[in-house]
Write a protein that binds this ligand. Sequence first.
Ligand code: 5GP
Length: 215
Amino acid sequence: MSEIGRYGTVLVVSGPSGVGKTTVCRQLLAAMPDLHLSVSCATRAMRRGEQDGVDYRFLSRSEFERRVAAGDFLEHAEVHGNLYGTLREEVDGRVAGGQDVILAIDIQGARQVRERLRGSLVGRCAVFAFLAPPSLGELERRLRGRGTDSEAVVAQRLANARTELAAWPEYDYLVVNGDVAHAVATLKSILEAAHAATRCVKADESADPLGLFAG
Ligand code: 5GP
């Protein structure tokens, strides 16, 4: 049987700040090296240990706004007083070429992606996963444990988390991040199932993608 041409999957992972999106997504990347983890743009200050172009592309607010006006973003949102966004160039060509792309973005951003990709080729192959903490108490412990944010920032993130957690039914999957390895394995299974999804087969390029009727 010939290799089946397929579009890449866009895996959108959202969840409240501190739930472990970055850790889970980085471990997923280690387990599935062909994935691309979209590097977001952000206007917040760089944290200790972060690298420009690796963790985020750190932009000034004016540069970010210029790129919004230029239509460069697939989605963008103001989160905890800073601007964050996904560049179209992180997603479009890759998915068309068959590569999977993970977006670790907030809930407002995920809503935009869902709306904007509706009916499109990329949207057909998008899946949405909500990463939830095992409890609010555990989320608070993780936010404080990072030690990177002030008390006021932690309090704002916790308050936002209560509202954000209510958004889980908008997603295709609910993944509880109690144990990181388990959450990573679940996301890996979600991607593997998407690889077998008929909607992602490049059937429009050939009426016979499986070669069943050839010769
Ligand atoms: P942090 O400042 O802790 O790295 O991220 C704060 C929040 O911004 C997190 O909830 C994170 O998911 C979200 N975020 C990071 N990148 C993006 C992005 O490109 N778009 C949107 N909408 N949110 C993002």
